[in-house]
Ligand binder design. Sequence first.
Ligand SMILES: C[S@@+](CC[C@H](N)C(=O)[O-])C[C@H]1O[C@@H](n2cnc3c(N)ncnc32)[C@H](O)[C@@H]1O
Length: 93
Amino acid sequence: MYSLMSRFYSEVFPLTLDKVSFAQKSTFWGKAYRILDVGCSTGDLCMALARIGHQMTGIDLDESMIQMAANSAQNYPELTIDYQQMDIMTSSS
Ligand SMILES: C[S@@+](CC[C@H](N)C(=O)[O-])C[C@H]1O[C@@H](n2cnc3c(N)ncnc32)[C@H](O)[C@@H]1O
């Protein structure tokens, strides 16, 4: 289902500041964390958190979502983001 939405996902569900500030409130300002975003979709939250210094890993079941996330991250080689296609229900690694 999400494959059909991947091209429009960020427009239909734009990243909201409250999501970023929630993540920020959960971390000490200025300290870099390794953060796992499960169901990262097109990676908007991963990008936002990587921009403020966190090392991000984004996983999503949907290949096209991960592809879109990886494509947009390519424009920001200075950011630390690792995207992986993975099913959280089955993955044991
Ligand atoms: C509602 S979207 C939420 C996306 C994003 N976290 C957000 O807040 O906008 C759910 C995402 O979870 C992914 N997803 C659903 N089931 C999953 C699973 N078993 N393993 C990994 N990702 C999954 C979908 O592909 C989709 O991109």
